[in-house]
Design a protein around this ligand. Structure first.
Ligand code: PHE
Length: 338
């Protein structure tokens, strides 16, 4: 005999007791699932006596509908509770967890700041290749063949590439630009340069330079001095003095080293400027007539100045960084400060 009433009682009390979605799922399977107890009843109906079959079928259907309804309601109720619980456990007043964000490398920021200052004075920003020929890196820049001036900069030669070097400075881009462009010329060239050096706190095998070139009919040293004074005052944000000292580069004549008054002690003398009150910031000079000629321009007609500065060095001075190698170390404790 199939006791439908008993089955109903048991099922209803179990549904009532169920307090998790997991339990409801189990009950669904147990009672109204494919192999559940209600299905069992349907399977047994054919064996029942003729007159009982119709009644049994009717009651089984009724039970099935009832249980489906109860299970559905209970399920909805529990789903709603769980959702509310989840909302409750989120406390929007608790302090958040700060995500780690990347930032621009200090040299990337510097390149933009430095070139922006020159763009503000009407210069264009151009680039040249990192791998150069000996011609552009040395010969065209008036380095005499077999002259010790070539050894001023320790060169990295490219294996298997005859005549190819990693550029030791950005000055070769002067030649490349003058070959392709007629004066007036006002350009700056930010770029990476390479030196075959033993590294220490102030030397790296690669670093960044910013080259400048201005060519026109009558450009003088005083034009240069005013451009560069304006530049250091903008970058160092203050009252910085500039002085020129005589120097030598094969590609400029006359040549100078440019010093600026120490931005740390305002020129009174400190450990950063070795008590001199001055910091050397760039090399410069009036472009040598041979360089103008080697670029295909007439040195009788055109003249101008060029300069080259170490971007790493400027950033070190600005932020009081005492080791150039930090820029290339990938050290997050250093980088996170910028
Ligand atoms: N190229 C020189 C260097 O690397 C700097 C420089 C550039 C000097 C332009 C004069 C004119 O030291």
């Amino acid at each position: 005999m199939i006791d439908i009433d008993n089955l109903r009682k048991k099922a209803l009390s179990e549904i009532k007791k169920a307090d998790t979605l997991k339990k409801i799922k189990e009950l669904e399977k147990r009672y109204i699932g494919k192999d559940g107890k209600v299905s069992d009843i349907f399977k047994k109906i054919p064996q029942a006596g003729k007159e009982k079959r119709a009644k049994l079928g009717k009651e089984a259907n009724k039970l099935k509908g009832e249980l489906e309804e109860k299970l559905k309601n209970k399920r909805l109720k529990l789903e709603k509770c769980e959702k509310e619980e989840k909302v409750e456990s989120f406390d929007p007043t608790l302090p958040g967890k700060k995500p780690d964000l990347g930032s621009l490398h200090p040299l990337t920021t510097a390149r933009k700041e430095l070139t922006d200052i020159f763009v503000g004075m009407g210069f264009s920003v151009i680039q040249g290749p990192d791998m150069e020929t000996g011609w552009y890196n040395f010969d065209a820049l008036n380095f005499p063949k077999d002259h010790p001036a070539r050894d001023m900069q320790d060169t990295l030669f490219v294996k298997g590439e005859k005549e190819k070097v990693m550029r030791t400075h950005t000055s070769p881009v002067q030649i490349r630009h003058m070959e392709e462009n007629d004066p007036p010329i006002k350009v700056v060239v930010p770029g990476r340069v390479y030196r075959n050096e033993t590294t220490d706190a102030s030397h790296e095998i690669n670093f960044y330079q910013l080259e400048g070139l201005m060519i026109d009919k009558d450009i003088s040293v005083s034009n240069f001095k005013s451009v560069i004074t304006q530049f250091v005052n903008e970058y160092f944000d203050g009252d910085v003095n500039v002085r020129l000292r005589p120097s030598f580069f094969p590609f400029t004549e006359p040549s100078f080293e440019v010093d600026m008054s120490c931005s740390v002690c305002d020129g009174s003398g400190c450990s950063v400027c070795s008590q001199t009150g001055w910091l050397e910031v760039l090399g410069a000079g009036m472009v040598h007539p041979n360089v103008i000629k080697n670029s295909g321009l007439n040195p009788e007609k055109w003249q101008g100045f060029a300069f080259g500065m170490g971007m790493d060095r400027l950033v070190m001075i600005k932020y009081g960084i005492d080791d150039v190698r930090l820029f290339y170390s990938g050290e997050l404790r250093f980088l996170e400060q910028f």
